[in-house]
Each structure stands twice: as structure tokens, then as C-alpha cells.
Ligand binder design. Structure first.
Ligand SMILES: Nc1ncnc2c1ncn2[C@@H]1O[C@H](COP(=O)(O)OP(=O)(O)OP(=O)(O)O)[C@@H](O)[C@H]1O
Length: 275
């Protein structure tokens, strides 16, 4: 039995793993258990547990420095874990066979600036053995058909970041991990991208998308709220509103963060009294 099956089997019969909706019989696309990461002397992730439902968009939200990128790096298999486990599509993160199944777009778009949009996407596609039709499809999926022949150095910031996304899409990954993909995009482009993410999820792709923009949380099925390396909650946007006592998701998130801050200072005060 692999770890994600084990995670499922810990649930009582008929009840889903954390983060899985009751209607879903499928195994989680990602299972994170007891994850700790220390970089340098800093404890960046401090005991994170969750599961991600396949074919859904999971939003990863948290203040700057809360550990979002580090968690994404663990999932794509480029981060050394201090403790715990991360399974992706039923295999340990970083397993070579996952290379074709996981797409990752970092905050710093990594494309060749001296090549055209098409040449970049074709190049990344060739690494996965995909066809010219797939290249064209990935370019169309990010709305860059009319700029396919243009050198990426000559694109605007928003166009440039979409080339990176096309390079990740070209291999039709089962899991797409996107680190702040909408940063620097205008509201129209942002809305278009979220429509594309929804279409990908509908077609079966699992997406993990980090963002600072709380209004984007409403596009996700499930939200992971991270603060100081701790997972404060995994909930739906509706649950976030309810728990944070506000329809404004930013206010609701702030409320939960303040509540967690108050609880942790209360705990430290109690601990120092005991000591
Ligand atoms: N190599 C490293 N050595 C020590 N600390 C690091 C290292 N890399 C990152 N950190 C620290 O770990 C913390 C989490 O970083 P991370 O990039 O995961 O956060 P983040 O939530 O993605 O932030 P942002 O939203 O600003 O991108 C930060 O305080 C960062 O300074």
C-alpha cells in the first residue's frame, strides 16, 4: 500500500481524507503529511498536513514569507524535506516518473528571451515528446496565437509570463503548480487566466495556485491558508467567509490570521507561566 492509499485508509469507512469532499471517491492528487522544512537555520514549514482533491483548483494563500513557494517546491520535488512526506499522484514527490505529469511555473518566468514564443513552447514540448499541434494548442490556451512568432524579449510583462505558462501546459501535466501566476496582470487578463484554469480543472487537471490577491480565492474549490509555516486552515471560499465573519475574503482571512495570532500568544503566555 502506498502512502496516499494509507492516508485514505486512515479515514473511517466512507469518510474522505482531509481536504477531500465527501462526494469524491478518487485518491488525492497530493498528500502532505507531517511536513517540516528548515532552510539555513529557519524553520519554514512546521508540521503541514493536507490532501488535494484531483481535478480541482486549490488556492495557496498566505502573507509574504509564510512558506508558499517552499511548499510548492516540496510538491514539485525540488526541496529537501526535513521531516514528513509529500506524495504526488500516488508517488513520492520528485520521483523521476512524475516529470511528465507535473508542470511548475515559478514566480520568475524561465523562458529563452532570444527565441520566439513558438520556439520556446516547442522546445519545452520536445522534452516531453509532444507534437506541433500540442505547441499550437498551448499557445492558444494562453491567448498568444497572434504573437507566436515574436521574440519573447519583445513581449510585455503580462505576455511574457504567459509564455512560461504555455511551456508548462504543453506537456498536458496532470498536476499544475503555479506560483503567483496572475501577478502583474491587468484585471481582464487575470479573469481570462482564471477561466482557463477552470477549463483545465474541468478537463481533469489538478491545479495548485498561490496568490496574494484574496479576491482570487473565490475561483478555487479549496483554500490552504498558510501563516509562518503553519497551515491555519483548509476550507472552501464559503467556509472562509463564514469562519472569518465576512463576505470580503480579505477581511475574513485577516480575521482568521488575527485569531490564530491571538491563540498562539495566549499559548506562549500559558507556557511561560508553566515554566
Ligand atoms: N534558502 C533559504 N535560507 C533561509 N531562509 C530562506 C531560504 N529561502 C527562503 N527562506 C525564507 O523562508 C521563508 C518562506 O519563504 P517562501 O519563499 O517559501 O515564502 P512565500 O510565502 O512564498 O513568500 P512570497 O509570497 O513573498 O513569495 C521566508 O522568510 C524566506 O526569507
Amino acid at each position: 500500500m502506498n502512502k496516499s492509499e494509507a492516508a485514505m485508509s486512515h479515514s473511517p469507512a466512507g469518510s474522505p481524507a482531509p481536504g477531500m469532499s465527501p462526494a469524491s471517491p478518487a485518491s488525492p492528487a497530493v498528500t502532505v503529511e507531517g511536513l517540516h522544512v528548515t532552510r539555513g537555520r529557519k524553520k519554514i514549514l512546521r508540521g503541514v498536513d493536507f490532501a488535494m482533491e484531483p481535478g480541482r483548483i486549490t488556492g495557496l494563500l498566505g502573507p509574504s514569507g509564510s512558506g508558499k513557494t517552499t511548499l510548492m517546491r516540496c510538491i514539485v520535488g525540488v526541496q529537501r524535506l526535513t521531516a514528513g512526506s509529500v506524495d504526488v499522484l500516488g508517488r513520492p514527490a520528485g520521483t523521476p516518473s512524475l516529470r511528465h505529469d507535473v508542470g511548475y511555473v515559478t514566480q520568475a518566468p524561465s523562458v529563452y528571451t532570444d527565441l520566439s514564443v513558438e520556439a520556446n513552447v516547442r522546445y519545452f514540448g520536445a522534452m516531453h515528446g509532444v507534437s506541433a499541434a500540442d505547441t499550437a494548442e498551448a499557445i492558444a490556451a494562453v491567448g498568444l496565437e497572434s504573437l507566436a512568432r515574436r521574440k519573447t524579449a519583445d513581449l510585455s510583462g503580462g505576455e511574457f509570463s504567459r509564455v512560461s505558462l504555455a511551456c508548462a501546459l504543453v506537456s498536458h501535466p496532470k498536476l499544475l503548480v503555479l506560483d503567483e501566476p496572475t501577478v502583474g496582470l491587468d484585471p481582464v487578463l487575470r479573469a481570462e487566466l482564471w477561466e482557463r484554469f477552470a477549463a483545465l480543472a474541468k478537463a481533469g487537471t489538478t491545479l495548485l495556485v498561490s496568490s496574494h490577491v484574496m479576491e482570487e480565492a473565490s475561483h478555487c474549490s479549496s483554500l490552504l491558508l498558510l501563516r509562518d509555516g503553519l497551515l491555519l486552515a483548509q476550507l472552501s471560499p464559503a467556509e472562509l467567509s463564514e469562519r472569518g465573519h465576512s463576505n470580503d475574503l480579505e477581511q475574513a482571512f485577516l480575521h482568521i490570521i488575527q485569531e490564530a495570532g491571538a491563540a498562539s500568544s495566549h499559548r506562549s503566555a500559558n507556557e511561560s507561566q508553566v515554566a
